[in-house]
Every structure is written in structure tokens, then in C-alpha cells.
Design a protein around this ligand. Structure first.
Ligand SMILES: [Fe+2]
Length: 160
């Protein structure tokens, strides 16, 4: 690992880099799925869902950038290539043939939920490892994805 003048000890840095890198891969994967849904979704309220998904993609791109840059600050190497992300994401493959609003938003809600819950675990682990600043970065991501999950779930049956 390259050196840095940052005083966070090696074990904490390693734990933070591992968590941020894992969640960054998930977030890139999820960002691609969001755009796939933006392009393919059809049904009533099309324009509202289509436009909401573009907003969610923009927010996800911001999360990716914040986590990747934190990895670099810790002297890690954020992996942003398609091949790197493909090997590192923990999310299941997105259903490529989904068509309707409910199918797409259910698939996205499942993945947002898994991602949000993994981020929550990482906040605790990274904080305990000794890097409260990375835990704060993850907390910022958590705040955003919990809100996004609410927006998605509010469109689905059983949430009225
Ligand atoms: Fe578009």
C-alpha cells in the first residue's frame, strides 16, 4: 500500500478501503441498473418514473465518486473498470428483460435494500476499526440511499 501522511493506522485504513471498495462496486452496478430501467421502463406514470430514475442515477454517481475518492485519500486504488466492478459487486444480476414499472421498481428496491443494509453494516465496522471519517462518508451514502429506497418503494403496491 502506498504511504500517506494521513495518521489513520493501517488496520483501520485496510478495513475502510475494503468496505468503501465493495460498496463502490455495488453502487456502480446499481447505477448501471438504474439507467437500464430509465431506458426500458414502460407503463402508467412513465414520465414520473423515467425522470425519477435519472435523478437517482445522478445521486448514485455522486456516492460512487465520494467513496472512490475516499479510497484514494487512504492510499488505496479505487477500481472503476467494468471488469473490476463485475468481479467485485455483491448485487445479483439485474433482470434484463423486465418491462413494466412494477417489475423494474421491485428489482431496484431489492438491490437498493441490499445495498443500504450493507452500507449500514459497514458504517459500524469501519467506525469500530478506527476510521470515523470513512464511517461518516458511508453515513452520507446511507442517508441518500435510504431516501431513494423510500421514493422507489412508495410507487409499489402495499406501500400506500
Ligand atoms: Fe435519459
Amino acid at each position: 500500500m502506498p504511504t500517506t501522511r494521513n495518521s489513520i493506522h493501517d488496520n483501520a485504513r485496510k478495513a475502510a478501503i475494503a468496505a468503501l471498495s465493495a460498496r463502490m462496486a455495488d453502487a456502480i452496478d446499481l447505477g448501471l441498473a438504474i439507467k437500464h430501467a430509465h431506458w426500458n421502463v414502460r407503463g402508467p406514470q412513465f414520465i414520473a418514473v423515467h425522470e425519477m430514475l435519472d435523478t437517482l442515477r445522478g445521486e448514485m454517481d455522486d456516492h460512487v465518486d465520494t467513496m472512490a475518492e475516499r479510497v484514494s485519500q487512504l492510499a488505496g486504488t479505487p477500481q472503476g473498470t467494468l471488469q473490476g466492478v463485475s468481479g467485485a459487486t455483491s448485487l445479483p444480476a439485474y433482470p434484463a428483460d423486465a418491462k413494466g414499472i412494477e417489475a423494474h421498481l421491485t428489482a431496484l428496491a431489492d438491490r437498493y435494500g441490499a445495498f443500504a443494509n450493507a452500507v449500514r453494516k459497514d458504517i459500524e465496522a469501519v467506525g469500530e476499526a478506527g476510521d470515523p471519517t470513512s464511517a461518516d462518508v458511508l453515513t452520507q451514502v446511507s442517508r441518500g440511499v435510504d431516501k431513494a429506497l423510500w421514493f422507489i418503494e412508495a410507487h409499489l403496491p402495499g406501500n400506500a
